[in-house]
Design a binder for this molecule. Structure first.
Ligand SMILES: Nc1ncnc2c1ncn2[C@@H]1O[C@H](COP(=O)(O)OP(=O)(O)O)[C@@H](O)[C@H]1O
Ligand SMILES: [Mg+2]
Length: 417
């Protein structure tokens, strides 16, 4: 059923528009089957809909005969149990490739074990799940997948009582990053690897530098195309656009255009049996700036307040324009964002707060409001804020805050107090 939904990637049934982006990506990425490899990166602020796009194109790629593999480089699925390490990322990567392949090849029922469920947890459980999958695979005579699982088993057994050595990790990394390519060669398949929130891999530098290894494999592969996403825009630029030969174009994911946002609200409210006039729709679109997540938040809140058959008034919407910044609204979301600005709340934090509070864009002006700071110091903080995806550099050395709603939250709730 059509509905509003705020938070987390949206199901393909609820997905709205992005027609241009989706059409473009499907067209380009599927060229891998003709031996032409296009890689892309989707960048944009948090909650703009990047992961939703991945989820939406996944089945479309599958229908084109390509194996889509979704890999979460933030490790959110298991973040509550363990902090993301290179080892865990590799486990999750390898397991995701195998599961997606089995699914695509119609073997999921025969393998039975869903390997993605065994990334963290006790070694015993992981080892027994891997052995079980391996046993079933052997009967199917699939060399690449079997030898990968054998390596994983060996690795898990060896590291059940001690940390892996750099050499063991390196071997694991090489085999994992090449798994899709080798599976593709053996089974005549093509893959699109979707690496969500890719900038996280930049933390893996010791004992192994992940990025150069990734580039090396990526460039040599012929059967795998990559689609990356990242919310830390500046960081993505830094990681991907340095002249290392494997240039990956960045596609910007922004807010819905006004007309698209209006149509979205109209369709959903109508499907949910709520009356709303054009002016009220316009009010929501103006306030949210067409930001997909906030549009959904307003939709959800209005429908919770007004039962089916009722009418949504502009006064109600204006009430929510206040409430969104309160505890009952999205305060927790904005506070979490701010904790990513800088947990220590030092000068970088003040830079961001003063910039938002006084609508400032230039380092020299910001520096006047941040105690004991110089413009060149402020530039340094702005660059870090840019790397973390909170501001964007504009022409003539000016900087802009990317999430307008967060900026408004600061103005109302943080800056004045
Ligand atoms: N295409 C879309 N159609 C409808 N709602 C969307 C769409 N894209 C994003 N959203 C809204 O934005 C929220 C966050 O989307 P998500 O894909 O998780 O963003 P990101 O990965 O960029 O952080 C979703 O919960 C939903 O409310
Ligand atoms: Mg996401």
């Amino acid at each position: 059923m059509l509905d509003f939904k705020f938070g987390g990637p949206i199901e393909p049934e609820l997905f709205w528009d992005r027609e241009k982006e989706v059409g473009f990506l499907i067209d380009r990425l599927s060229k891998i089957k003709a031996g032409v490899k296009h890689n892309y990166a989707l960048v944009g602020p948090r909650r703009m809909g990047k992961s939703s796009i991945l989820g939406f194109i996944e089945p479309k790629l599958a229908r084109k005969g390509i194996v889509p593999v979704f890999i979460d480089c933030e490790g959110r699925e298991f973040a509550s149990q363990a902090e993301l390490s290179l080892e865990l990322l590799l486990n999750s990567w390898g397991n995701s490739v195998l599961d997606a392949f089995f699914e695509h090849a119609g073997l999921a029922n025969k393998i039975k074990v869903k390997l993605r469920d065994f990334i963290v947890g006790t070694k015993d459980k992981i080892i027994s799940a891997l052995s079980e999958a391996l046993g079933r695979l052997r009967a199917l005579e699939m060399k690449t997948a079997s030898s990968y699982l054998e390596l994983r088993l060996e690795f898990e057994k060896a590291t059940s009582v001690r940390a892996p050595s750099p050499k063991e990790l390196m071997k694991m990394l090489d085999d994992t990053l090449d798994l899709a390519e080798r599976l593709g060669e053996e089974m005549d398949r093509y893959f699109v690897l979707m690496l969500d929130e890719f900038q996280n891999v930049s933390k893996f530098r010791k004992p192994i530098d992940f990025l150069p290894a990734f580039r090396r494999h990526m460039q040599a592969q012929r059967r795998v195309a990559y689609l990356l996403t990242g919310s830390n825009i500046g960081m993505m630029e830094l990681l991907l656009q340095r002249p290392f030969g494997g240039h990956i174009p960045l596609e910007w994911i922004g807010t819905f255009e006004r007309g698209v946002a209006k149509d979205f609200l109209k369709e959903r409210f109508e499907a949910l049996g709520r009356g709303i006039d054009d002016k009220t729709i316009g009010e929501i679109v103006d306030f949210t700036g067409g930001h997909p997540a906030y549009l959904n938040w307003f939709g959800e809140r209005c429908c919770r307040e007004v039962p089916a058959g009722g009418k949504i008034t502009v006064e109600l919407v204006q009430e929510f324009e206040e409430k969104i910044f309160e505890r009952e609204g999205l305060m927790h979301v904005f506070e979490e964002d701010l904790s990513r600005v800088s947990p220590k709340r030092g000068k970088m934090y003040s830079t961001f707060i003063e910039m938002a509070g006084h609508d400032l864009e230039s380092p020299s002006k910001i520096s006047k409001f941040v105690p004991r700071s110089t413009p060149s110091e402020i530039i340094l903080y702005l660059r870090r804020l840019e790397q973390r995806g909170f501001v964007r550099k504009q022409a003539r050395g000016r900087y802009l805050i990317v999430d307008d709603m967060l900026k408004r939250y600061i103005k109302r709730k943080i800056h004045s107090t």
